[in-house]
Unconditional design. Sequence first.
Length: 240
Amino acid sequence: MSNVSCRLLQSGFSRALKASIAGLIMSGFVLVIGASNASGQTPAPPHSATQFWTEQSFAAPINKRIDIVLLGYLHLGRKSERPVAEHAATGLGVSFKVGKYLTVFPFYTHFENQTAGPARNKEERLTIEATLKFPLGKVTLSDRNRFEYRWRTPPLNFIHYRNRLQLEHPLNVWKLNGFVADEIFYDTHFDAWIRNRVYAGVSKKVNEHFTFELYYMRQNDGHSRPGDLNVIGNTLKFRL
């Protein structure tokens, strides 16, 4: 083989080797960048969760038909071994008894929300609630209707209409009452019925000043994250 042929062969081999090394370097660089981006991405919020809710109300009567009511809410979720206060709220309202069966309750609440995503938000709610409650034999039927105007920081303002139907019946065990309920939500932001909650639980009036409820609640919601919830909750009602 001539010297010229050898030089040409060596030159071609050198260029091929350099191209291969450059390709390997670029491939490694792309893999490193891809791995970095993947590790830096925020995981998608879960669609379902198990939570614990506790709610309190403190009623101070003004007269036989009007009460001043203080409200408190705490919703714990995320992980049972390290729960996160996803929603915490305080509120104030005035309850009016209208006739024998109807109660009207306008109130304001302030929420601090730690959602499943990285961001936190604050929310103010103005609510007007009307509850019709009357006996049907041994069963007590209640129909609660709520209109909530909600505005958040960062901004997102919308209205929820909520309707909750409940049946309650004495259990003749420790003077407990059993109840089941279903609640539906209409959201003006989505212009749709977005959420359904089903409740089953017990309540007990301990005395004139204290009533409590213990319940299980199942929520189905295709718009929120998490939207499908299994909740163990309690409601504590104090009256001066």
